[in-house]
Design a protein around this ligand. Structure first.
Ligand code: FAD
Length: 283
């Protein structure tokens, strides 16, 4: 399908970009790699009269360590992150994940910020970033604020970002711990994603295609108690208990009970991957 005509804006600063979207209202949105947005527009699932390109704004693609944090610019593509030596040194789970997302055509154009702001419920980075205690920096023409990844995602395609706020960086505290992420993939996307971080305490987070990433408190507590000795039976029971009240989708790709099983398998694999990383020191 041909998209309806729109005006393409190329602001040079964050203030200019944010003001444009604030002034133009609902008919305007930010544009990064376009891998989600252009599909929606072409399929006429979304209509915008104005696209505000963020790619001309300096500094949004940087990746650096600053004050004990890994700072990833929102305009960094999945490929930038996967190939960046600073990310592979300080946050190997993120570099591995970004190297596996989608296909090379999407990875060279699609940005981490676009992935997070789109909030597709099957997306993988939100799950890992929640487990890593990452924070999102949001900037508008008048203000700047930081939102923890655990509070950024509100539901399918819904985040805490206001329409005129630009996600500028994702900031990951650097600790001495390790982290892992595993996906149960079907087609382009994951049916279930699990991430485990092992810092002062264990954090286990899942994505299940139906809502924001969810923290599995009982599973984390089990790992705090029994790390290295956890039986598969105990792990599956803890996950099942943690997700018992979750509304898990059932659709043409997978039924609810199969998805519940896949969530447990993803957690099991993430745990095995964490053990392997720690045993071999090879991330
Ligand atoms: C074939 C295919 C396979 C995929 N497989 C996976 C997968 O396995 N796992 C996974 O997690 N994802 C997957 N994706 C999703 C992919 O990661 C996203 O399409 C990509 O990251 C979106 O980034 P973008 O820069 O293209 O965003 P755009 O399409 O440019 O923007 C998406 C949305 O975010 C907003 N936005 C973008 N950047 C910002 C910003 N900095 N501040 C504020 N708002 C912003 C836009 O206004 C728009 O609403 C897949 C996508 C495709 C097409």
């Amino acid at each position: 399908m041909r998209p309806d005509p729109f005006t393409y804006h190329q602001p040079q600063s964050l203030a200019e970009a944010s003001s444009l979207v604030a002034e133009l209202g609902d008919g305007a949105t930010f544009y990064a790699g376009g891998t989600e947005l252009l599909l929606l527009i072409k399929m006429q699932l979304a209509k915008y009269d104005h696209l505000v390109n963020l790619k001309k704004i300096d500094g949004l693609r940087k990746i650096a360590v600053e004050h004990d944090r890994l700072v990833v610019g929102a305009l960094a593509t999945h490929n930038d992150i996967a190939l960046n030596p600073t990310v592979s040194k300080h946050c190997p789970s993120l570099s591995r994940l970004c190297g596996e997302i989608a296909n090379i055509r999407v990875r060279v154009a699609g940005t981490i910020g676009g992935n997070l702001c789109f909030a597709e419920p099957r997306a993988d980075p939100p799950v890992l970033l929640a487990a890593l205690d990452a924070e999102m920096r949001l900037v508008s023409a008048h203000a700047s604020r930081v939102v923890p990844a655990s509070e950024f995602f509100l539901g399918p395609f819904e985040t805490a970002r206001e329409p005129d706020e630009i996600l500028t960086t994702i900031e990951i505290p650097l600790g001495t711990g390790t982290a892992s992420v595993e996906r149960m993939k079907q087609g382009n996307y994951s049916l279930a994603t699990a991430a485990i971080s092992r810092r002062e305490r264990h954090q286990t987070w899942i994505g299940f295609g139906g809502g924001p990433p969810k923290r599995l408190g009982g599973t984390g507590a089990l790992l705090d108690r029994d790390y290295g000795r956890t039986s598969e039976e105990a792990l599956f029971a803890a996950v099942a208990e943690d997700i018992v009240d979750l509304e898990i989708p059932s659709d043409i790709e997978a039924g609810e009970s199969y998805r519940r099983h896949l969530i447990a398998v993803a957690v099991k694999r993430a745990l095995a991957s964490l053990h392997e990383t720690e045993a071999t020191g090879v991330h």
